[in-house]
Design a protein around this ligand. Sequence first.
Ligand code: UDP
Ligand code: MG
Length: 138
Amino acid sequence: MERTFTMVKPDGVRKGLTGEVIRRYEKAGLKLIGLKMVRLSEEKAGELYFIHKGKPFYNELVEFIISGPVIPMVLEGDNAVSQVRDIMGATDPKEAAPGTIRGDFAEEISENVVHGADSVESANREIQVIFSQDELVG
Ligand code: UDP
Ligand code: MG
């Protein structure tokens, strides 16, 4: 069993895609063990995306991620990290396959509906940034 961190970004929430995103994860057999709706502070957003600090898109990314409420989630299942990455699709929606969340619902790399951890290590770190232990079940 593996845990991962994923999040519906502000554009996904605004477009009413929260249920669809959760449905796709659950349909794949992933189990929700944490979920909330929050507006991230600039500090939390910076912690979440600290690996991208200094990159040309960093400031825009943080501004966007704090522009509205997000739905962070913790999912559990076999190969949860790579399963979620597969369900999300490629970072750039122009390269994301049909049938993936980004392929079906996103147009721009800067507003690509979902975030998902890229490794077990990132997942554990991101879970700790956004969730406290008593917010997770099981
Ligand atoms: N991003 C962007 N421009 C880029 C690369 C990334 O706006 O050239 C944004 C995009 O929203 C992406 C996020 O920064 O989802 C984090 O980038 P990463 O490479 O980690 O992609 P992800 O893991 O989200 O697929
Ligand atoms: Mg990433």
